[in-house]
Design a protein around this ligand. Sequence first.
Ligand code: SAM
Ligand code: DTB
Ligand code: SF4
Length: 328
Amino acid sequence: MIDTAIRHDWTIDQIKALYDLPFNDLLFQAQSVHRRHFDPNKVQLSTLLSIKTGGCAEDCAYCPQASRFDTGVDAGKLLPLEEVLADARQARDAGASRYCMGAAWRSPKDKDLDKVIDMVRGVRAMGLETCVTLGMLKAEQARRLKDAGLDYYNHNIDTSEEFYGEIITTRCYEDRLETLEHVRDAGLSVCCGGIVGMGESRDDRAGMLMTLANLPKHPESVPINMLVQVEGTPLFGAEALDHFEFVRTIAVARLMMPESFVRLSAGRETMDDAVQALCFLAGANSIFYGEKLLTTPNPENNRDARLFDRLGIQPLGAEDLAARHAAE
Ligand code: SAM
Ligand code: DTB
Ligand code: SF4
């Protein structure tokens, strides 16, 4: 019998036992749970824009935007409001339901937050869900974003608590959890996941999912990123993760957080259509849609449209989201 309870008491051994299942059994279980909670043929589309690129003081070993790595990403200023709104309009017209704005900051200054709030208001007025990722937040900043009508805040734990120190030294795991608490307390929806393919072990992948699922409430969105290797970052040249292990991670996330949107996030450029189809079968029901992530390429819209067409998948629309919120 497949357990579909919403749980926050996962042990590492239970999670490893899921990972250890034969691939077909794991995917069957994940797909069975998935279709109890979601339409299995609908996938939510989020479009990303980097509203402030590069020049970041942090040392995240995967990130092309850290100023200390020579990656060819130039530091830019916060984009003007009109440029952001024009891009959001295009994303909406192309079929996205959520618009996510990312800034290469350790944490936002209050005067920058004022400008981001104007962006949130403008994007929301277009009928899009809004998400921002700005780094660490204070409680008051989270409340201000909520008051402005922001829907989601993205802040990833990135990896397991044990492996974290290998990847970032300029802020700790506890800092991340504190920001997530502020976001939750302010009444915002949480978008929180991590990255695989950074040289971590399966135990670390299991540990990352354990932290996510054992939060007081499951994040509403769980982005699972495959590392995008960027030349100049310390992780460039890391051994690539087997794609079946990536699919397993999606399936285990689906089983542990049955009501969350699990996003097949960064890294689709290196995955062929069959791997992406397996991710959807494993319970992924969200993607980043649009030709660019923050600084790196993502599949073109018409490639995604063709893939959806071949798989009989439809983008989740505003009416689906409204029905889902009404049922909550
Ligand atoms: N500066 C803010 C922060 O770190 O919270 C917000 C932007 S940051 C780029 C958002 C997330 O993007 C990171 O936490 C990480 O999970 C993901 N990310 C960044 N570079 C990546 C890469 N090369 N491959 C996969 N994911 C990446
Ligand atoms: C998330 O989990 N992945 C996105 C978003 N949240 C902000 C970012 C992926 C970035 C990939 C590298 C780049 O394009 O710079
Ligand atoms: Fe800066 Fe965010 Fe990149 Fe880390 S992930 S270097 S905080 S932009």
